[in-house]
Design a protein around this ligand. Structure first.
Ligand SMILES: [Zn+2]
Length: 287
C-alpha cells in the first residue's frame, strides 16, 4: 500500500474559533475559548490556517505522533488572535520537524517572519524564535498568488482587508474546494467582492463573522451577530456549506446556540463552528 493510496481524505478540524482574545470560562466551554486555528488534512499533507491559541492545543496533539511533523502554516494576518499560539507551538521546538510559513507583508513593510520574531522578543516573551529548532522556511505571499502543492492541491489567495493586509485562501483538492476567509471588508453596502469571487460555488466556506475588533464596552453595538449579512454571502456565493467562526468574545454559549438556531432555520447551509469540530469534504479511501 503506497502512502498516496492510504489516505486521500480532505478533512477540516477547528482548534480555535474565537476572535480577538481567548475567552476561557464556564460560559464558553461548548463553543470554545481558543482563538483562530484551523487544521486541514489533504491526505497526509497538513495545512494550518492561523496560529491563535488553538495552535498550542493542535501542537500538543501533534507531539503525540511518533514521526516528524510537517505542515504549511498560512497566516491570514497578524492580529493577536492569529499569532498568540505560535510561541507555544511545541512541534516548532523539535529538530527534524519542518514548517513552511506563509503570510503577506504588513502595511508597515514587515514580513511575516519579522512579525512572528518580534512577538517573541524580550521583554514580551522568554524564548526567541531563533530557539525554535524545527526547520522553518518563511514565504511572503502577495494577493493573487497561487500555491501548488506536490499532491496537486492548489491554494488561491485574495486580499480581504487593505487595512490589515488580511488574505483569504481557497484550497482545491480532489475536486473539492474549501475557502478560509476572515476580517473581510464587508460593509453596510454589501459583501466584499473579493470574498464573493473567492468563495463562488465552494463546498465549504469558513468565514469569520464581522464585528468590531476594538476593545470597548459598547455591548449593544458589538453584541449583535449580523445574520442577514452572512445569509447574503451564503446565497450570493452558492456555497454548499458555510461555517461561521471567529466568535465575538461577548457571545456566550447560550447566545451562540440562539444565533445558530435562527441562522440555520433561515439558511440551512449555515452553522457555527465549535472548537474540536471535524468536517470531511472527501472521504478517506483505503485500498
Ligand atoms: Zn483581525
Amino acid at each position: 500500500m503506497s502512502s498516496s493510496d492510504s489516505s486521500q481524505g480532505f478533512t477540516v478540524q477547528f482548534w480555535g474559533v474565537r476572535g480577538s482574545v481567548p475567552t476561557p470560562g464556564a460560559d464558553t466551554v461548548r463553543y470554545g475559548g481558543n482563538t483562530a486555528c484551523v487544521e486541514v488534512l489533504l491526505g497526509q499533507d497538513r495545512i494550518i490556517f492561523d496560529g491563535g491559541t488553538g495552535l498550542r492545543v493542535l501542537g500538543k496533539h501533534l507531539l503525540q505522533q511518533d514521526h516528524p511533523v510537517t505542515a504549511q502554516i498560512l497566516f491570514t494576518h497578524t492580529h493577536w488572535d492569529r499569532i498568540q499560539g505560535f510561541p507555544f507551538f511545541g512541534p516548532a521546538f523539535i529538530p527534524g520537524n519542518q514548517f513552511d510559513i506563509y503570510g503577506a507583508t504588513a502595511a508597515n513593510g514587515a514580513s511575516i517572519k519579522q512579525r512572528l520574531t518580534d512577538q517573541m522578543l524580550r521583554p514580551n516573551f522568554f524564548t526567541p524564535l531563533q530557539k525554535m529548532s524545527a526547520t522553518m522556511s518563511f514565504h511572503t505571499m502577495i494577493a493573487g498568488n497561487i500555491i501548488t502543492l506536490e499532491n496537486g492541491a492548489t491554494i488561491e489567495t485574495v486580499t480581504l482587508n487593505s487595512r490589515t493586509s488580511a488574505l483569504g485562501f481557497r484550497i482545491t483538492y480532489q475536486g473539492k474546494s474549501l475557502v478560509y476567509a476572515t476580517d473581510s471588508n464587508t460593509t453596510a453596502a454589501g459583501p466584499d467582492p473579493n470574498l464573493l469571487y473567492l468563495s463562488q460555488g465552494a463546498d465549504l466556506l469558513i468565514y469569520g463573522g464581522a464585528y468590531s475588533e476594538t476593545v470597548d464596552l459598547d455591548v449593544e453595538r458589538d453584541a449583535a451577530m449580523p445574520c442577514d449579512q452572512n445569509i447574503e454571502i451564503a446565497e450570493k456565493t452558492q456555497v454548499k456549506e458555510m461555517v461561521l467562526f471567529h466568535h465575538n468574545p461577548l457571545h456566550d454559549d447560550d447566545y451562540l446556540d440562539h444565533v445558530e438556531m435562527e441562522i440555520h432555520n433561515r439558511c440551512p447551509q449555515l452553522r457555527l463552528a465549535r472548537e474540536g469540530m471535524i468536517m470531511q469534504l472527501a472521504a478517506h479511501r483505503l485500498h
